[in-house]
Design a protein around this ligand. Structure first.
Ligand code: CP
Ligand code: NVA
Length: 314
């Protein structure tokens, strides 16, 4: 496996390896501090980022390398140079490319033409690196045995919902998304892929439009912003009305298991997708989750550059 373009590029063994190493990095961040010595990693972002940018830059530094951050308007790509030529050029200087942008097809094309690992740091369709951090947080919380546990995503059927479905399927989990019907439900092609993966992993994928039924006896309630980067502001009012029933409230949390947790990829909008008393309450694990963005990206870079990952056949 050369690139991480989509969450389901990973197989379960890859995820387990990445999480084991990330857990080591959480305890000892400088364990492999010469792995990227004299090497550079390009981080190219055409959308804003706090966590992914900072965790990527610090991860590279902890591995002994040098991050080169490039904003969306700073490459000749914006002036018509092709993705293929850009990929070849970056491959000549850098050991990996981390990219955050809009179209998944652009990231796929970069991966195809780059000879170095390309890592999807969020597209309109997926957010694989976030799910590594999320799953390490879940493993810390519940251990390796997740039998009988239900992992629920509520809100917009966006990139995060896709990543949640796909990673849950890979890990053999019972995953539920609770979203509005229609245009704010997860992409049916992604649901189908997740169901196929789950059929082999022993997982279970469900999509519903009933937040209470989804939350009942859940181990995790997860949510994300209602307006993603790139979403049309013209739809905001309609979207807020449609998504309001899926806000994570104290009432919804009360339906969950005793040892349940609340998760959020952040940034959060208190009072919209989640009540402040939930995200700032005792069941919230958001700060551990955010911390693991660095440990997991560090692990991903470490193993991808060494060529340790097998990849999936999906
Ligand atoms: N969760 C996440 O990807 O955060 P940023 O947008 O700040 O990188
Ligand atoms: N769905 C959000 C995730 C941010 C980490 C977005 O794409 O803006």
């Amino acid at each position: 496996m050369k690139d991480l373009l989509r969450t389901h590029d990973l197989c379960r063994a890859d995820v387990e390896l990445l999480l084991d190493t990330a857990a080591d990095f959480a305890v000892n961040p400088l364990r492999s501090n010469t792995a990227l010595a004299n090497k550079t990693v390009a981080i190219y972002m055409t959308k804003p980022s706090t966590r992914t940018r900072l965790s990527s830059e610090t991860a590279v530094a902890h591995l002994g390398g040098t991050p080169i951050f490039i904003r969306g308007d700073e490459l000749q790509l914006g002036r018509g140079e092709s993705i293929a030529d850009t990929a070849r050029i970056i491959s000549g200087y850098c050991s990996a490319l981390i990219i955050r942008t809009f179209a998944q097809s652009d990231v796929n094309e970069l991966g195809m033409h780059a000879s170095i690992p390309v890592i999807n740091a969020l597209t309109d369709d997926d957010h694989p690196t976030q799910l590594l951090a999320d799953w390490l947080t879940i493993r810390e919380q519940f251990g390796n045995d997740i039998t009988g546990r239900k992992f629920v995503y509520l809100g917009d059927g966006n990139n995060m919902s896709h990543a949640w479905l796909l990673m849950g399927a890979i890990m053999g989990a019972h995953v539920v998304t609770a979203t509005p019907e229609g245009k704010w439900a997860p992409d049916s092609r992604v649901v189908e892929i997740a169901q196929k993966i789950a059929a082999q992993s022993g997982g279970k994928i469900e999509t519903t439009h009933d937040p209470e039924a989804a939350a009942k006896d859940a181990s995790v309630l997860y949510t994300d912003v209602w307006m993603s980067m790139g979403d049309s502001e013209n739809e905001r009012d309609e979207k807020v009305v449609a998504l309001s029933p899926f806000a994570v409230t104290e009432n919804l949390m009360a339906l969950t298991q005793k040892d349940s947790v609340f998760m959020h990829c952040l940034p959060a909008h208190r009072g919209e997708e989640v009540e402040a008393s939930v995200i700032d309450g005792t069941k919230s694990v958001i700060w551990r989750e955010a911390y693991h963005r660095r440990t997991t990206i560090q692990s991903l870079l470490y193993h991808l550059v060494r060529g340790d990952l097998k990849g999936s056949s999906q």
